[in-house]
Design a protein around this ligand. Structure first.
Ligand code: AVJ
Length: 314
């Protein structure tokens, strides 16, 4: 684990255009900062998808084309605290659908909290928490051949390039059967004055989230980044529909990392690219899906049409 982290950091900081992978945002502090981000007034994504789950619940259920007569498995990739999904679970439960809920997450802590919470709120629901890698868990569930609905919410796919997203969805499909469904929640391309503040909040939470990467390198790899000499810089290209986060060096400086035994030079204004948050439209989704075994069935929008839950059929 730490070896992989070290090698990726070393490679990213030695490149001509420096990069660090966004997956390393999520340590304990990063997880907590992301929860704070989801509650920020500027971060509309979570609220928009919650709006869909609260107010378009019946449309979602209809799109799943399940019946109360037969059993299905509802699988969520990266369930977190399950706030949005709970709306759906409550409704499925009230209408006597026959299903098990399989939340998958890499955080056992998050899963245990979710399990406890659901036991309290929906005591009749069957919850089978699954800790670990999405594809390993899906492979283990594949054998049952039970009909499946997979949820991948929150525009989490947006951290991937379009090619990576197509590969990812293709791999999901290879762990599913014909007729199974994928609900893919994505943020839509929209005006800069809406998107950019979501990644540049006035309280500086996103800045702390981004710079936490340098803190992790300091703590886990023995780095000596001076966080006062780096700042957060988001960008959004409205035409392309991609938000990017950077960490910018505010001085000419040299940083040492014990674990790699190397030093890294930064010029004033030099950027480290840390994240892409892709935004989508129908054409982009269709192009990605084309390379997979899924077909696009419907999309369900929030009241502002900022966010879409696409329903794909394997
Ligand atoms: C969790 C990937 C959906 O890209 O909007 C939030 C992560 N980064 N603020 C996103 C994030 C900065 C988030 N996703």
């Amino acid at each position: 684990m730490i070896e992989v982290f070290k090698n990726e950091v070393d490679k990213g900081l030695q490149a001509d255009s420096k990069t660090l992978p966004s997956k390393y945002f999520y340590d304990k502090i990063g997880d907590a900062l992301f929860v704070e981000i989801m509650n920020l007034p500027e971060y509309y994504l979570t609220r928009c998808e919650l709006d869909i789950f609260q107010n378009k619940t019946q449309e979602l259920i209809e799109a799943f084309s399940v019946s109360t007569e037969s059993y299905f498995e509802l699988i969520e990739l990266g369930a977190g605290d399950g706030t949005k999904t709970k709306e759906l679970l409550r409704s499925l439960d009230a209408q006597n659908y026959n299903f098990d809920y399989f939340p998958i997450d890499i955080s056992s802590n998050a899963l245990n909290l979710l399990e406890k919470d659901l036991k309290n709120e929906l005591p009749n629901l069957s919850v089978q928490i699954q800790e670990g890698d999405y594809f390993k868990v899906l492979a283990s569930l594949k054998e049952s051949k039970k009909p499946k609905i997979v949820l991948f919410l929150g525009s989490n796919i947006g951290n991937m390039s379009d090619d990576m997203a197509a590969d990812f969805i293709y791999s999901l499909g290879s762990n599913l059967q014909a007729g199974d469904k994928l609900l893919l929640g994505v943020d839509l391309i929209k005006a800069r004055h809406v998107v950019l503040p979501a990644y540049n909040d006035s309280q500086g939470v996103t800045e702390r989230f981004n710079l936490n990467l340098l803190d992790r390198i300091n703590n886990e790899l023995g780095g000596n980044f001076n966080l006062n000499q780096f700042k957060h810089q988001p960008e959004y290209d409205e035409l392309e529909g991609v938000a990017k986060s950077f960490i910018v060096s505010t001085a000419n400086q040299t940083v040492e990392i014990n674990a790699t035994g190397k030093t890294y030079n930064f010029t004033e204004g030099e950027k480290i690219h840390t994240e892409i948050s892709r935004k989508y439209n129908d054409a982009l989704i269709e192009k990605i899906i084309e390379k997979t075994d899924f077909n696009l069935e419907t999309k369900i929008l929030d009241s502002k049409a900022y966010f879409a839950d696409y329903i794909l059929r394997r």
